[in-house]
Design a protein. Structure first.
Length: 553
């Protein structure tokens, strides 16, 4: 009888299992024990149970779209916000990090958006150098090379004038506009360097870093990136330069204000050289501390250089944890100072702002830090929008590339996105956020290749590495498209799916700089044609009256 009962139960269990959808099996949900909906969440959930709630929500969106008027005025100012490694999944997970699925980051409220394709000429999955060349100069090129066409290979020791590409910041300078760059990385890192440098390799940030083959080739073409920031034509005109990386500007025998030695081997102090060169043509200031930035007098400053760390700026979470907010600037602080400096210029400005450490956190599988950097990036964008007039300022937000970062499982609504989503077939819990590869592999599997039990993990630890399926010392980029969000004059040019190199060309069109410096505004031309349509009948009637008058005479 016991055997029969067991057989009956087994058949029943198998029947239930086989009856499930093979592609959508019932998940073993890891229910967080302390999730409680507050009164606001309870009311929201009550509303979400009705057809009318969702229909009204959709209709309100349509109504907003119908009310929007296309702004075809010439853009006085351009701001490009670059979230390094800001994948679509990172944006979605950051909404949860900030409070819930329905949260919108400020740039998600922009009037228009599209998708950009991020491959290099020679690679399916890009790095931040070839992408910087694309989204700043409008030309796609090779992996790891900056400001040069695809005719130049990485590590190549020479190139021709025809191989050089110029960024939209130089186009702006040629049109009489002020320019600046802001980043949370080293100022010589790939993205900011794309605004001014021309280098066959992104890592040639100081003279000692240039490969020995090229360093000894006696070619004047190969100059380190830090040197180019001081002496390149476009870099000399930057009104504001804010970031990190004193290591590439000082000799090994010199130290910065915090006692960190440089890495140059040519005996030079490029910070002093920058001050000497800029003071010849205006009032130049160098900052290394947040208090100096807070006390900035823009009326008494023509050129501003701020290098706030030996290397990259600190992660925001680490700054807050160490209570260093009084001395370490955030991206919002840098953005505020840059716009204050540039807004005083009569002819407008072009500004590049990079949230660079979103990418670095992903490379280390630090999901919490990446989402926190994204949140700070969104705050900087909101601040820029408040500080400028959207009728005359085009703000574009995008990313250089994606990451192998996933937001997955079937977690319950309001589940903490930084915790677990359910259990796998091995009955072990798994995270909502994970990576296809990276250093998190070492904590994902034990020495026998068995997946580790994370039940007792401290998910509040800010540097906790999230699971990775392939062991790599640094997680890789991914090849899918990235979002492009635009607001202001000509923002409708950024709709659809297009190559990444379209971005600066479209921004140039909006401001009538670079390749469009001599183009008449389309709106003006269209209006002239419209006026002509009304004037022509009047002229015809007048001509007929004149003809009749002549006949009568």
């Amino acid at each position: 009888m016991k055997t029969l009962k067991f057989f009956t139960f087994s058949v029943f269990f198998i029947a239930i299992s086989k009856g499930e959808d093979d592609f959508h099996p019932k998940p073993l949900i890891e229910i967080a024990p302390h999730i409680e909906l507050n009164d606001v969440d309870s009311r929201l959930r009550d509303l979400e149970g009705f057809n009318e709630y969702w229909n009204n929500k959709a209709q309100n969106y349509i109504a907003d779209q119908l009310k929007s008027n296309l702004n075809t005025k010439k853009a006085k100012n351009l701001i490009l916000f670059l979230g390094d490694g800001l994948s679509i999944s990172t944006v979605a997970a950051t909404r949860m990090y900030l409070g819930g699925e329905e949260v919108e980051l400020d740039f998600e409220k922009f009037s228009h958006y599209g998708l950009a394709k991020t491959y290099c000429v020679d690679r399916q999955v890009s790095d931040s150098a070839c992408t910087a060349t694309a989204f700043l100069s409008g030309v796609k090129n090779n992996y790891r090379s900056l400001g040069l066409t695809a005719n130049v290979l990485s590590n190549q020791c020479n190139f021709n004038d025809s191989d050089i590409t110029y960024s939209m910041l130089k186009w702006a300078q040629d049109a009489g506009k002020a320019t600046g760059i802001v980043t949370t990385t080293r100022i010589t890192h790939a993205t900011p360097a794309g605004a001014y440098a021309h280098s066959p390799h992104r890592e040639w940030e100081n003279n000692a870093a240039i490969s020995s083959t090229c360093r000894n080739s006696n070619t004047s073409r190969i100059v380190d990136i830090a040197h180019q920031l001081i002496y390149n034509e476009e870099a000399q005109k930057f009104k504001v330069i804010l970031g990190g990386g004193t290591r590439h500007f000082l000799n090994t025998t010199m130290q910065n204000e915090e006692g960190r030695a440089g890495e140059r081997t040519d005996g030079r102090n490029l910070i002093d050289e920058w001050l000497q060169e800029r003071n010849k043509i205006g009032k130049a200031k160098y900052f290394w501390h947040k208090q100096q930035l807070d006390e900035l007098n823009v009326d008494d400053t023509d050129y501003l250089l701020g290098l706030f760390e030996h290397d990259h700026l600190m992660y925001r979470l680490d700054v807050v944890n160490a209570r260093l907010q009084a001395q370490e600037p955030m991206l919002t602080d840098l953005t505020r100072a840059a716009i204050k400096m540039l807004k005083k210029e009569d002819n407008g400005f072009v500004l590049l702002v990079e949230g660079g450490r979103i990418d670095h956190a992903h490379h280390s599988n630090y999901a919490r830090k990446s989402l926190d950097e994204t949140a700070e990036f969104a705050r900087a964008i909101e601040l820029a929008k408040l500080m400028t007039n959207e009728e005359e300022t085009l703000i574009v937000v995008t990313s250089d590339h994606s990451h192998v970062f996933t937001y997955a499982g079937y977690p319950l609504r309001k589940n903490d996105v930084l915790r677990t989503a359910g259990r796998g077939d091995d009955r072990m819990p798994y995270e909502t956020l994970s990576y296809a590869n990276g250093p998190g592999y070492d904590r994902t599997f034990d020495e026998n290749g068995v997946r580790a039990n994370m039940t007792e993990d401290d998910f509040s630890f800010r540097s906790r590495r999230y699971s990775a399926m392939v062991s790599l010392s640094s997680e890789t980029h991914a090849g899918e498209d990235v979002g492009v969000y635009a607001n202001g004059p000509w923002s409708h040019l950024f709709q659809g799916s297009y190559e990444q190199n379209v971005i600066p060309i479209a921004m140039a069109y909006a401001a009538k700089i670079g390749p469009y410096a001599d183009i008449i505004l389309e709106s003006t031309t269209t209006q002239s044609m419209a006026n002509g349509i009304y004037i022509m009948p009047v002229l015809l009637i007048f001509g007929l009256i004149l003809s009749v008058f002549k006949i009568l005479l």
